[in-house]
Design a protein around this ligand. Structure first.
Ligand code: SF4
Length: 321
């Protein structure tokens, strides 16, 4: 598997499992959440039948993406156990789990490290002014809570994906501050494998009434991020949110080298269907870019994984070729 060659762009063949859409936060740009108690949780039996169908479909990553149950809720333990069991099931069926379930306690992270090859949490933006606007009713979006998560995963040596949401009321200087914070924490722990730059793209469910982030500005932000972030951190952009092919190419030219998980549905932006692999190849190849699949863990982090997880990764890497 080739990664980060000069003319190589990667993506992860992935499928997203959602343990629950319920979330105690109410970010006004959200197109994912339901109110607590308003949607059934996924059962292990349902997950198993989904995963069975995926077994011959060239999918390596199972993204476990969950709405958040409040840390003090009596249901927190059951919620956490479901996430753990889903990861275990995915592993047993030959997939590599990557969990993004919002802020976790140190002990929860430590347990999930045993059944995940990498994990993720967006920083979004660190500026506290968003606590008066889009994050007014989202207690887990406190900047200090999220920064602490990045510290803890560093201490635990968990390969990690984080990122910025663009166009939610931040300035260019705010973006630079968030990128600089990621860079600083990474220089202590060397644990960030990717930073996602995700343009706000309005959907049908959200109450946040703002235009989409102008995709024409994305190459500029990518170039800035490339200056601020250490070179070993890959910049990821979601291609379904950059509609214009020329601008997608401009983003790659500016330094984005990964297109994230590509699967049947973008659960976070359900109004924007994923662009499938063949189409992405048709866009990239004429411009001299090779699209190659990758695993949810980059090879330089293999040593951080348990022996069992390393064996699973080895098998998947052989499968990818
Ligand atoms: S964006 Fe995430 S944290 Fe915010 S309400 Fe939606 S699911 Fe919850």
């Amino acid at each position: 598997m080739k990664i980060n060659n000069s003319r190589t762009v990667t993506y992860s063949p992935a499928y997203t499992i959602v343990p629950t859409y319920e979330c105690f936060n109410r970010c006004t740009y959200c197109n994912f959440r339901t109110n607590p108690g308003k949607s059934p949780w996924m059962t292990l039996a349902t997950a198993e039948s989904i995963l069975k169908q995926l077994q011959n479909q060239n999918i390596c990553e199972i993204l476990i993406l969950s709405g958040e149950v409040h840390p003090h809720s009596p249901q927190r333990q059951e919620w956490f156990q479901l996430i753990y069991d889903l990861c275990n099931l995915a592993l047993a069926m030959g997939f590599l789990p990557h969990t993004n379930a919002g802020p976790l306690s140190f002990a929860e992270m430590q347990k999930l490290k045993n059944v995940n090859v990498s994990m993720g949490l967006m920083l979004e933006q660190l500026t506290p002014k968003l606590l008066n606007t889009v994050h007014k009713h989202a207690p887990s979006k406190l900047p200090e809570v999220r920064l602490q998560q990045l510290e803890w995963v560093g201490e635990l040596q968990i390969p990690f994906t984080t990122g910025l949401l663009l166009g939610i009321g931040e300035t260019i200087a705010d973006c630079e501050e968030t990128l600089a914070a990621i860079s600083q924490i990474h220089q202590r722990y060397h644990h960030i494998q990717e930073v996602i730059l995700q343009p706000h793209s309005p959907g049908n469910q959200q109450s946040f009434d703002a235009p989409p982030f102008n995709p024409l500005q994305l190459p500029e932000i990518i170039a800035q991020a490339r200056q601020i972030l250490p070179s070993e951190i890959t910049i990821q952009i979601p291609p379904n949110l950059v509609k214009d092919e020329q601008w997608l190419l401009a983003c790659v030219e500016a330094g984005a080298r990964d297109l994230g998980g590509i699967g049947p549905k973008d659960e976070v932006n359900p109004d924007y269907p994923h662009v499938q692999e063949q189409r992405l190849r048709e866009i990239l190849q004429p411009a001299g870019w090779e699209l190659v699949p990758r695993l949810p863990v980059y090879p330089q982090f293999d040593d951080w994984l348990s022996e069992d997880l390393q064996n699973s990764v080895k098998r998947s890497r052989l499968f990818l070729g």
